[in-house]
Write a protein that binds this ligand. Structure first.
Ligand code: C5P
Length: 237
């Protein structure tokens, strides 16, 4: 499995996104990037194609969750965008996850990686119990969703870097962990509560780290990205 640093392109417009990407020098490693709902709803499939044409791998973070047939058909459309990773909510269940895999698989048998969101980090234990009516503790719920995702044939989950080792232990070494909540050692955590540095994340079994603001808000984003690659991948990028 290829490990990588994924930059979260949390920008509202195509222009800001491309201006940011222009700050990465030609001839250097092209960052793997994540585009979410905000940019996709604003820029549509064309912004995805444009970023792809610049040579970036793309994680399309749209978190699908609907009936199996709808998700299957939507995934089929997304696979045509030639993205590298997409995601859905594990809460949609195993039938939906298997349908998603079918939809995502291209005629030549290739497909983007498919990753499950277990419980959103904005959901706390009180909400789990009182609003979602789930009495099982949060950690167990997350691991159970991860196991269902693995059993459905998905490639991995989005999880906290603190949970990565446990997910690997329960779901197998090949099941991949994509982890936001990463901050350089010694820098501000911002609104992320439980953070880990890229070096610690590598030691904890994270396969992909997602970094937004520590790179997008840096004075020199290309240098911040090089640092993340050095720290996480041991690359002199
Ligand atoms: O700026 P920062 O590094 O905190 O950005 C992290 C990215 O990962 C954002 O795009 C955020 O939406 C996403 N994310 C997260 N926590 C999750 C799932 C996704 O921070 N549990």
């Amino acid at each position: 499995m290829a490990n990588d640093v994924i930059i979260a392109l949390d920008f509202p417009t195509r222009e800001e996104t491309l201006t940011f990407l222009d700050r990465f020098p030609d001839g250097e490693r092209k960052p793997f990037v994540k585009t979410g709902m905000e940019l996709f709803y604003a820029g549509g499939p064309s912004i995805v194609r444009e970023i792809k044409a610049r040579g970036h791998k793309i994680f399309l973070d749209l978190k699908l969750h609907d009936i199996p047939n709808t998700v299957k058909r939507a995934m089929s459309v997304l696979s045509g965008l030639d993205v590298d990773m997409v995601n859905l909510h594990a809460a949609g269940g195993s039938v939906m996850m298997k349908a998603a895999l079918e939809g995502l698989t291209r005629p030549d048998g290739s497909r983007p990686m498919l990753i499950a969101v277990t419980q959103l980090t904005s959901t706390d234990s009180a909400m789990l119990k009182n609003e979602l009516l789930i009495d099982t503790p949060m950690a167990e719920t997350v691991l159970s969703y991860a196991r269902t995702a693995a059993a459905s044939g998905l490639d991995g989950v989005v999880c906290s870097p603190l949970e990565a080792a446990l997910v690997k232990e329960r779901c197998g070494e090949a099941f991949c962990t994509v982890t936001p909540g990463i901050r350089f050692a010694g820098s501000a955590a911002g609104d992320q509560k439980r953070v880990m540095s890229p070096e610690q994340a590598a030691k904890n079994g994270c396969d992909y780290i997602v970094m937004g603001r520590p790179i997008t808000q840096a004075l020199d984003p290309a240098e911040a990205y090089r640092r993340a690659c050095r720290d996480f991948l041991g690359l002199q990028a």
